[in-house]
Design a protein around this ligand. Structure first.
Ligand code: ZN
Length: 467
């Protein structure tokens, strides 16, 4: 082997298991050696990470870039820049809010074309909806990472999977060897409560939370777990907002059900009071919860019961939020948070609550890489993995301003938040793509990470499934 391309040295390395003084040597876009201490090692380029943390790039399996069709809400170009600025080097993009939604092979081809604008590596979700049972195998062969279903009313032209569709879809997806993720809120409860509240003239922010109580989440999680248990499908529950929801998943794991749990930074940073304070900007589904629920959810994070922390980045035009100023039910429900996951979790988790750095790496990088099929390539600082690296100043104190956001629409519930911990530099496969507040010029496109069922002959263009 010739001279390594890069030596990131003299930092505090954070792996999924430990924190230690060291560095990484990079050649051909991969980590070739994890170095302990600070020995001199020859390399074409050296980055001195003195006083800084060196983490694996984040793997965020839950982002909505809404393209094709709603690229004016975000799109891959700006969405992936926000990812880079947030230390996220791999995103898996959701099948809904785009038009068409990714529910058949034709729509997946359109999605793949749009995704070529991404500057970070990416996988793509397929959708499980009412009427696409016959398309699931095609989506799988087309390289989707996994399948997403809504148990309650979805958005736009992404109809919910009722219990029959979900049970049937899980059986098919189990045969394919893939994974099903569910948005778990009970349709009957949320629909009736919403109708009753609106009939009573309620339009205030508090009504949004009352229309979608924790019990609606628990009912749907319980049902999805039962279906997974019977079908043998791997199940992932996205954006769990309650401690009791996590507990249902933990209990199922102990019975041997292959189920994993995700929560989002906004359920750990904000509470229902913030929805009243900030208005529609803080509207999401499930809704922000009471402060005691937030603290209980933190207990589950700290005791290792949460597998993944993902952004559920769900952007929109400002007008889609402003539409709810007089009637919260009219606002878009989604939070733009992709760029803030790492600083928010350093602030609220590591600094405020003593969350170990290795645990943060597990939930934001290693576990999502493992659960979604990128293990050995993404989500860890280890020889053989892609040199996806984020260099962080753990003590830098900043207040997030709108002009720092890379989003197409620069609004976020995090604007104005005091953060302790900042991303200094992000490297994708050894190449710096973000440094000191700036996206680097002429960053080449990221790679498509084909899912486990991909038939390589059907894939064109750069992709990185290693065979
Ligand atoms: Zn989502």
């Amino acid at each position: 082997m010739g001279l390594p391309d890069l030596y990131v040295r003299n930092g505090r390395l954070v792996t999924s298991a430990e924190v230690f003084a060291g560095g990484v040597l990079v050649a051909g876009g991969r980590i070739v050696e994890v170095v302990r201490g600070n020995p001199d090692r020859p390399a074409a380029e050296t980055i001195d990470a003195r006083g800084l943390l060196v983490l694996p790039g984040l793997v965020d399996p839950h982002v909505h870039f809404s393209e094709p069709g709603r690229g004016h809400w975000e799109g891959f170009a700006t969405g992936s820049r926000a990812a880079a600025a947030g230390g996220v080097t791999t995103g898996v993009e959701m099948p809904l809010n785009a038009s068409p939604p990714t529910i058949n092979a034709e729509a997946l081809a359109m999605k793949r074309a749009a995704a070529r604008q991404s500057i970070v590596d990416h996988g793509l979700w397929g959708g499980l909806v009412t009427d696409n049972r016959a398309d699931l195998a095609d989506l799988h062969a087309g390289g989707v990472t996994a399948f997403k279903a809504f148990m309650c009313t979805g958005s736009f032209d992404f109809p919910r999977a009722d219990d029959l569709v979900l049970a049937d879809g899980m059986a098919t997806i189990a045969r394919l060897g893939s994974l099903v993720a569910v948005h778990a809120e009970d349709e009957e409860m949320t629909r009736r409560l919403t109708a009753d509240l609106r009939a009573a003239g309620r339009r205030d922010c508090k009504a949004w939370g009352e229309a979608r109580p924790v019990i609606a989440e628990l009912s749907a999680i319980r049902s999805a777990i039962e279906m997974a248990e019977r079908s043998g499908a791997r199940l992932h529950v996205v954006h769990v907002s309650s401690a009791a929801g996590i507990d249902l998943i933990s209990a199922a794991k102990r019975r041997g059900v292959p189920v994993t749990a995700e929560t989002c930074p906004h359920y750990l940073v904000f509470s229902e009071g913030d929805l009243e304070r900030l208005g529609p900007l803080a509207k999401c589904a499930p809704p922000l919860r009471a402060q005691q629920e937030v603290e209980a959810l933190w207990e589950r994070v700290l005791d290792g019961a949460v597998d993944i922390i993902a952004s559920d980045h769900s952007p929109c035009l400002w007008e889609e939020k402003a539409a709810g100023d007089d009637d919260i039910f009219e606002a878009w429900g989604g939070i733009s948070g992709l760029q803030s996951t790492l600083p928010a979790m350093l602030t609220e988790g590591v600094h405020r609550r003593g969350l170990p750095l290795a645990a943060l790496v597990r939930m934001t990088a290693t576990n999502p890489a493992r659960i979604f099929g990128f293990a050995g390539r993404k989500g860890e600082l280890a020889a053989g993995c892609d040199a996806d690296i984020v260099i962080v100043d753990p003590d830098a104190e900043t207040v997030l301003t709108a002009d720092q956001l890379q989003y197409r629409n620069r609004h976020s519930v995090y604007v104005g938040s005091a953060m302790r911990g900042a991303v200094k530099r992000t490297l994708l496969r050894g190449l710096t793509i973000f440094c000191e507040g700036q996206i680097m010029p002429d960053v080449p496109p990221g790679r498509f990470l084909a899912g486990p069922g991909a038939e390589l002959k059907t894939l064109e263009g750069p992709q990185s499934r290693w065979v």
